[in-house]
Design a protein around this ligand. Structure first.
Ligand code: MBD
Ligand code: FE
Length: 304
C-alpha cells in the first residue's frame, strides 16, 4: 500500500474523537495503530496470521502469563536499561545494579529483625546461609533498611503461585541491624522454567528459544532517603547463569558460593548436612530529584 494512504487512515481513526481524551493514551494508541498498519502492510501479514495473534493474546491473558512473556521478550530488562540511563543523566551513580522484578513477588511477607529463616523445613535442598550489609555509596552502613527477599524452592517453584507450599515460604522482609547487617537461612533455589504447555513457552519455541532462568534470589532493598533497589543475585554454578531467558543476569550480581562439608563447620552452624554460604552487600544511592526513587507501581499479589 501507499504510505500516505496508511497515514491518512490512521489519522482518520485518531480524528473520530468527540470529547476530551487522555492525551497520553491517545498519542500512544495512535502510534501503535500506525506502526501496526505499517507492519501488517510491509510484512504482508495474512488475515489468518493476524487472527491467530489475537487468539494468542487472549490465551496469554487467560493464562495470566503477560508478566512472564514481558521479561521473556527482554522488555522488562529494556525498562531497566532506560531507568539506568535516566539515573545516569540525573547524576545518580554507584550502587548495586538493578535487575528485573519479574512476576512472582508477593507483598505481605513476615518482617524479621536482622535475621530470618526463610524455609519451612520441608525442602531437602542444600542449606543456604546468606548474609551481608546494606551500605550507602560511601560505604557507610544503612541501619533499619528493609531487605525483602523471595526465591524459588529446590524445584524452581515459588510459594503462593505453587499452592503446595506453605504461606510465605521462602519470602521474608529482613530489617538491617545497627551495622546495616542482614542474614538468613534458607535452601538453595533451583532455576525457574516457564510452564511447558503455556503460551509463553509456545511463543519461545516458535522463536527457537528456551524458557529457563538460572537459580536466583530476588530482593527489594529500601530505606528512607535512598533510591529503592530492585535486584537479584544469580547462583554462579548454574548452567543458565549467562543464558537467562529473561535477560536479568548482570555483572556484579553473581557472588561467590562456598560449599561447606567439614564436620566442624556443620557443627558451628548447627546443621546436620552440608551447606552453602553467600555474602553479598547491597549499595544504595541516595534518593535524587528527577528520578523514580521508589518501586514503580505495577499490579502485585498480596497475601495475608
Ligand atoms: C521468575 O522467577 C522470574 O524471576 C522471572 C523474571 C520470570 C519468571 C520467573
Ligand atoms: Fe524469579
Amino acid at each position: 500500500m501507499n504510505k500516505n494512504q496508511i497515514q491518512e487512515f490512521a489519522k482518520r481513526i485518531s480524528g473520530t474523537q468527540i470529547g476530551p481524551a487522555n492525551e497520553r493514551v491517545k498519542a500512544i494508541v495512535d502510534r501503535i495503530l500506525l506502526d501496526l498498519f505499517v507492519l501488517i502492510d510491509e510484512m504482508d501479514v495474512t488475515p489468518e496470521e493476524f487472527w491467530s495473534a489475537c487468539s494468542y493474546v487472549t490465551e496469554l491473558g487467560k493464562s495470566n502469563e503477560v508478566g512472564l512473556l514481558v521479561p521473556g521478550l527482554g522488555v522488562e530488562h529494556f525498562l531497566d536499561l532506560r531507568q539506568d540511563e535516566k539515573e545516569r543523566a540525573a547524576g545518580m551513580d554507584g550502587g548495586t545494579p538493578r535487575t528485573i522484578e519479574g512476576p512472582l513477588y508477593v507483598a505481605g511477607a513476615p518482617v524479621c529483625q536482622g535475621e530470618a529463616r526463610l524455609d519451612d523445613d520441608t525442602d531437602d535442598g542444600e542449606i543456604l546461609f546468606m548474609d551481608g550489609r546494606v551500605l550507602d555509596t560511601r560505604g557507610n552502613p544503612v541501619a533499619g533498611a528493609q531487605v525483602e527477599v523471595w526465591h524459588a524452592n529446590s524445584r524452581g517453584n515459588y510459594s503462593y503461585f505453587d499452592q503446595s507450599q506453605s504461606a510465605f515460604n521462602l519470602r521474608r522482609t529482613i530489617v538491617t541491624d545497627a551495622e546495616g547487617r542482614y542474614r538468613f537461612r534458607s535452601i538453595m533455589p533451583s532455576g525457574y522454567s516457564c510452564p511447558p504447555n503455556g503460551p509463553t513457552q509456545k511463543l519461545l519455541t516458535l522463536l527457537g528459544r528456551h524458557g529457563h532462568r538460572p537459580a536466583h534470589i530476588h530482593f527489594f532493598v529500601s530505606a528512607p532517603g535512598y533510591r529503592t533497589l530492585t535486584t537479584q543475585i544469580n547462583i554462579k554454578d548454574d548452567p543458565y547463569v549467562h543464558d537467562d531467558f529473561a535477560f536479568a543476569t548482570r555483572d556484579g550480581l553473581i557472588p561467590e558460593v562456598e560449599h561447606h562439608t567439614d564436620p566442624t563447620a556443620l557443627h558451628d552452624m548447627g546443621v546436620n548436612r552440608p551447606f552453602a554460604t553467600i555474602t553479598f552487600d547491597f549499595v544504595l544511592p541516595s534518593a535524587l530529584d528527577g528520578v523514580l526513587n521508589t518501586l514503580p507501581e505495577r499490579p502485585r499479589a498480596t497475601a495475608a
